[in-house]
Write a protein of this length. Structure first.
Length: 345
C-alpha cells in the first residue's frame, strides 16, 4: 500500500466526514469511552485497538546555549479501519507520525505513514516503546523516555525525565468534548525535564527544557458540528500549569474545557465556560488567516495572559494540515507553552 493510499485510509470515514477530519462521525461498532474510567498501568500506556483513534503526543519548550527558544513535537497517531487487531497485512490498524522542530526563524516538519501488523509501527506497554520506522519514544515506563526522530533537514535525540505524577483531565480522565456528550479518555505527563541535541542545517544544538506528553483515545471524540479546536498547554514560571481547549462549532460558538495543575500537585478540572481564549492578532500562514496571538483567561485562577507564537509560520504541512508551535506567555502570569490549532481553511 503506497503512502498516498495509507494517508487516505488513516481517516477511513473521511468520505462521510462529520466534524473536523471526520472525528465527529458515528463510532460504527467501535468501543466508546464511558464515565468513571479505571485505568490500568502500564497497560493503558499501550494501544487500544478496539477504539478508532488514539495518539501519543509530545511537545517541548527548549533553550539553546545562547538563549534561543526552540520547540519540538513528536506524535504517533493510530487509526483503525475496524475494531479488531490482526497479524501481518490483515491488521486494520494504520499509523501516522508527525515530527517537527520550530526555531524563531524556521519550522521543520515531516510525516511518516505505516500499516499495522508488519512491525513498521506500533506501541508496546511494558517496557514502553512507541515507534514508526526509525522514530522512537522508548523507556522502561513513562518516567524516563528517550525520543528520536529524523527528517529531511532536521533530527533530534532527547531524554525525558518525569518530575511529577500523571494528570487526568475532565472527570478522572473522562474528558467531555461537546454539549452532546462526545468524550475521550485523556491523561498527560506535563512535567518532564528534557535534555538532548537538535540537528539543524546550521549544525548541532544542545538543548534543555521541559516537555508535555498527552495520551488520548476515543472513537467519536467530536460532535458532527465541531469544525476544529484551539488547544493550549501553558507552563507558568510559578510552577503552575494550565491545559485548556476550545472546540469551535459551525454556528460560531465554542465548547471549552480546562485543567489547572498547581505547583503543589493539586489538579482542578474546569467545565465548559470557565476557560476562554480570544484571538488578539492574526497572521497569513500557508494562505490561511491564523490567530497567532491570543488572550487566555481563567478567572477562577486570576489568569489573564497573552499567548504569542514564537514563530507564526509553524504550519504542519501534512496529510491533515494544522498549526502547532511554541508560545511565550505574558500578563498576569509569565512562562512558555504550546499551541495547536486545527480546522482553519
Amino acid at each position: 500500500m503506497n503512502a498516498k493510499v495509507i494517508a487516505l485510509c488513516l481517516l477511513p470515514f473521511a468520505a462521510h466526514a462529520q466534524g473536523f477530519a471526520g472525528l465527529g462521525s458515528d463510532a460504527e461498532g467501535f468501543a466508546v469511552p464511558t464515565p468513571a474510567p479505571v485505568f490500568d498501568f502500564p497497560r493503558d500506556h499501550g494501544a487500544h485497538p478496539d477504539y478508532r483513534i488514539e495518539w501519543w503526543y509530545v511537545t517541548a519548550n527548549m533553550t539553546g546555549p545562547d538563549g534561543t527558544d526552540y520547540g519540538l513535537q513528536w506524535t504517533l497517531f493510530r487509526s483503525a479501519l475496524a475494531p479488531t487487531d490482526g497479524e501481518n497485512w490483515q491488521s486494520p490498524q494504520l499509523w501516522m507520525g508527525h515530527a517537527a522542530v520550530t526555531t524563531p526563524e524556521d519550522h521543520f516538519v515531516t510525516e511518516r505513514l505505516a500499516r499495522g501488523g508488519i512491525g513498521q509501527a506500533g506501541v508496546t506497554a511494558g517496557p514502553f516503546a512507541a515507534w514508526i520506522d526509525d522514530w522512537a519514544l522508548i523507556g522502561s515506563g513513562f518516567d524516563t523516555l528517550t525520543m528520536t526522530a529524523t527528517g529531511p533537514d532536521f533530527a533530534y535525540e532527547v531524554d525525558l525525565t518525569a518530575r511529577g505524577p500523571l494528570v487526568f483531565h475532565g472527570e478522572d480522565g473522562y474528558s467531555v468534548k461537546s454539549a452532546a456528550g462526545q468524550a475521550s479518555y485523556y491523561y498527560s505527563q506535563p512535567n518532564y525535564a528534557l535534555s538532548g541535541v537538535l540537528s539543524l542545517p546550521e549544525g548541532e544544538v544542545p538543548v534543555t527544557g521541559t516537555a508535555w506528553l498527552d495520551r488520548e483515545w476515543s472513537s467519536q471524540p467530536l460532535s458532527e458540528s465541531q469544525t476544529g479546536w484551539d488547544w493550549f498547554s501553558l507552563s507558568f514560571d510559578t510552577g503552575d500549569k494550565l491545559m485548556g481547549f476550545l472546540l469551535r462549532q459551525s454556528d460560531g460558538s465554542s465548547y471549552s474545557s480546562a485543567t489547572w495543575i498547581g505547583a503543589d500537585g493539586t489538579v482542578t478540572p474546569y467545565a465548559d465556560g470557565a476557560f476562554s481564549a480570544r484571538p488578539l492578532k492574526r497572521s497569513e500562514v500557508a494562505g490561511r488567516d491564523i490567530p497567532t496571538e491570543w488572550q487566555v483567561t481563567l478567572p477562577e485562577r486570576d489568569v489573564d495572559v497573552s499567548v504569542r507564537a514564537i514563530n507564526t509560520d509553524a504550519w504542519m504541512d501534512v496529510s491533515v494540515p494544522y498549526w502547532e508551535g511554541p508560545v511565550r506567555i505574558t500578563g498576569s502570569h509569565a512562562g512558555r507553552g504550546y499551541l495547536e490549532m486545527t480546522g482553519y481553511e
